[in-house]
Design a protein around this ligand. Sequence first.
Ligand code: TMO
Length: 313
Amino acid sequence: MKKLTLTLAASAMMAMPFTASAKDSSDPIVIPIHNWSSQIVMSHAVGQIFESMGNAVEFVTTDSQAVYESVRMGDVALELEVWEGAFGASFRAALEKGGLHDVGDHNAVTREDWWYPMWTKDACPGLPSWEALNACADLFKTAETGDKGRYLDGPVDWLKHGKERVDALGMDFVVVNAGSAAALWAEIGAAEKDKRPVVVFNWTPNFAEAVWPGEFVEFPQWVDGCDKDPSVGPNPNALYDCGNPAKGYLKKAAWDGMKDKWPDAYSTLEKISFTNPQIAEMAKFVDIDEMEPEEAAAEWLANNESVWKAWTN
Ligand code: TMO
């Protein structure tokens, strides 16, 4: 009797490898959360997808650069939004050390850079060139920045190197770091009333493009090495004398151990791919509709079952 059971179990197992894979660990899959809305909502959406497959999930708020070290060490299992412009350097550094890998790109094109709402161009018609912006620096003067223009950069952990760029290109701007993404939207919103010229850090895909028509400032085109080799870019003696990539990637990354520990979840992660409009909508649910991230994620999943169900089998 015992022997028969074993034989049945063995034959059942032999029939399985190409259908259901090995069972995922019951340990929670730890997903890192950062400080911009699409990443937070996407992380909850993917967490809810994993839960629908029977996995346990935990969220932890982490620094958006240090997270690559956390993924590499297996302290968190994955990262869902590796933006080339902001995180390419930290991601590549962690890849070289080993312990994490590239799980493929979302079907999205990203850009992160200096940006202005369209009314700014009425006051400075030579835009979007950075030289024209610089010639209009007076328009952006504030009490805080004296005789220089004010550029509101992202929170420091996004490492946009705005100050280095201003120095490298000899611009008449002072770089101020926003305390949060919300401070960027508040700056644009406040300027909108009297159509005051402003230039702030922004990115796409994001909800903002549906609210405020605008453009990115065109800096010297990004070339590989601009952040590593001073001779690359127009200033032979400086790093960061280029814009960010204008057609950047958006990648997924995972801890090397994820595949063995949670093979079903890993196989879903491989298939996950969000588009620009889907990512912008996730941000909109929070930044315009004022939903909580968990709620926004649930709403997105409820509206898009045919998209994500296909990733789970
Ligand atoms: C990393 N971010 C999308 C905020 O530029």
